[in-house]
Design a protein around this ligand. Structure first.
Ligand code: G3P
Ligand code: CA
Length: 292
């Protein structure tokens, strides 16, 4: 065998042995430990509402751009039955409705048509650069969240809107962006009104639901019941301890804690192994999670 060929053979063998060695070493190495908090979802509260006007498409798009895992927003219903994205029962706090319609106090969403609401400025109250932002419809919201990010939809004051369970079910069924989210297990509907949520769950059996809690942690009885039909139990951070998280998990439920806007609270919740942290500052939470 010519010397050159033998030399090449030796080099090839050496290379293969090295590669094999690396592969074997990698193969026998202990499985990598998940970084603390690596499975905690960043949930943008009312969109990225610390930096853009809550419940507008600007806040939703910013949340997506900031790599939030989930975007949380609120639903109300107009006089003509359209589902829109807004936190309060009234339009007064987050739009210019008082100036535009001075004789229509208390400016409840339920007293205005979608066409009227679409003329309102939902951005100027927050900062001048958001002037002209509109109150989005649920369909527009779905398109803005898109096909990669999770959706957490809170139905506000459902007792004010008879039939809203069926309205929401129809829309989630009709629009491809929501059907895709449901197929990918990326959409949850939550509410503080547990009786309504139970009804909704019976109407929309394919939609995962979450119970919001205020004024204290969930009781053992509430969790035992929720475990038979819901997927999430979501209390406020101030109402929880690590034991609450363990208790919720012991019932097979997830917990997304709200609304955590300071680094200390975020670290506390991450340390408790919550499933998601709901925050106005998704970028801050993302940075904390990345730094570990
Ligand atoms: O998602 C939890 C949180 O949104 C509940 O509070 O009043 O901001 O809707 P609120
Ligand atoms: Ca909410």
């Amino acid at each position: 065998m010519p010397v050159l060929v033998r030399l090449l053979g030796l080099l090839l063998g050496l290379l293969l042995t090295t590669l094999l060695g690396v592969g074997l070493a990698a193969g026998v190495a202990a499985p990598a430990q998940a970084a603390p908090g690596s499975d905690v979802d960043v949930v943008a509260h009312r969109g990225s509402s610390g930096a853009a006007p809550e419940n507008t498409l600007a806040a939703v798009r910013l949340a997506v751009q900031q790599r939030s895992d989930v975007v949380e927003n609120d639903i109300q219903r107009t006089r003509d039955g359209e589902l829109v994205i807004l936190h309060d029962t009234s339009l007064a706090r987050t739009t210019d409705v008082e100036e535009r319609f001075p004789d229509r106090a208390p400016w409840n969403v339920a007293d205005f048509t979608l066409a009227e609401i679409r003329t309102l400025d939902a951005g100027s109250w927050f900062a001048p650069e958001f002037a002209g932002a509109r109150v989005p419809t649920l369909a527009e919201w779905g398109d803005a969240v898109g096909r990669r990010t999770g959706m957490l939809l809170e139905v506000k004051n459902p007792s004010l809107y008879p039939g809203i369970a069926a309205d929401l079910d129809r829309q989630l069924d009709a629009l491809p962006v929501f059907r895709a989210a449901l197929r990918a297990d990326r959409l949850v509907v939550q509410s503080f009104d547990h009786a309504w949520l139970r009804t909704y769950d019976q109407v929309a059996g394919n939609v995962p639901v979450g119970l919001l809690f205020a004024g204290g942690p969930p009781t053992e009885a509430q969790l035992a019941d929720a475990a038979t039909w819901a997927e999430q139990a979501n209390p406020a951070l101030g109402d929880m301890t690590e034991a609450t998280v363990d208790q919720i998990h012991s019932h097979g439920l997830e917990t997304h804690v709200w609304t955590v806007n300071d680094g200390q609270g975020m670290r506390r919740a991450i340390g408790w192994d919550v499933d998601g942290v709901i925050t106005n500052y998704p970028q801050v939470l993302r940075d904390i999670l990345r730094r570990g």
